[in-house]
Unconditional design. Structure first.
Length: 256
């Protein structure tokens, strides 16, 4: 059975793809077989051969060692750089809601230990005419539970002024929707950062009830995994996770 991680953000352009790709690379270094899935992408480049090129999907695919093919990684790709449903509408099309979820199954056939899934925009951004990203995450979790896979929701947030509100409000809204966030990655996006970067991590530990599992502490820098206790559980007690997944995600919980 695979360990599935749905990576979302507090907003668009907060470094989801970068952090997801770095996570993929780390898990592969730990010996994990990693699949990647981006259900839909907008803002794609239309190339001369008629192919639609998604920078985000290609970045994930390359980080994972190019498993399967790019169509399996991102089966729905649209041109306009707006939300996926608006981008599709500009082409006289629609995002196929069922295909968003069903495209995950090809990555859960026993070939991979871990599957990293990247949403589109923030957790409450539209991903189709019928669903927000949170709705897709709920559907994927339901499917995962039915098929014996574990499923976790991870949040990427920018390390800058305003992140406390963004993380706290997003995490509370996710919990109210019935799918709590289980891990936070704090991403430093700009080396000329504001003064809040000196205290954001500590303030999130004080105010937020989700684990901070990793951070990027300089723009385009390495992923720094935050070490923590394993809550006294043995690996046998967390057998639904791979060893790499346990080491990466099972950190000390941030207290409220």
């Amino acid at each position: 059975m695979a360990s599935l991680y749905f990576v979302t953000g507090t907003d668009t352009e907060v470094g989801k793809t970068y952090c997801t790709a770095k996570t993929v690379e780390r898990l592969r270094e730990c010996g994990q077989r990693v699949g990647v899935y981006k259900p839909v992408a907008s803002g794609c480049e239309l190339r001369a051969d008629g192919q639609r090129y998604s920078v985000d999907a290609t970045t994930l695919w390359q980080a994972a060692g190019r498993p399967k093919n790019i169509d399996a990684v991102c089966p729905q790709r649209f041109i306009a750089a707006v939300s996926p449903p608006r981008s599709a509408a500009k082409e006289g099309a629609q995002v196929d809601t069922r295909r968003l979820r069903d495209g995950l199954a090809v990555w859960c056939d026993g070939e991979f230990d871990v599957v990293m899934i990247e949403g589109a925009g923030g957790l409450f951004s539209p991903i189709s005419d019928d669903w927000l990203n949170v709705d897709l995450a709920i559907e994927m979790k339901r499917w995962s539970d039915q098929n014996g896979h574990s499923f976790e929701l991870l949040l990427v947030a920018p390390d800058r002024l305003g992140v406390l509100h963004q993380v706290i409000s997003t995490s509370r809204a996710a919990e109210a929707a019935g799918i709590p966030i289980t891990g936070l990655i704090l991403n430093r996006m700009d080396d000329s950062a504001d003064d809040s970067t000196q205290t954001n991590a500590d303030d999130l530990r004080r105010w937020c009830g989700i684990p901070m599992i990793a951070s990027v502490q300089q723009a385009d820098g390495p992923l720094v995994v935050i070490s923590g206790a394993n809550d006294g559980k043995s690996l046998e007690e967390t057998s639904r996770e791979t060893a790499g997944g346990v080491n990466f995600l099972n950190q000390t919980t941030i207290r409220r």
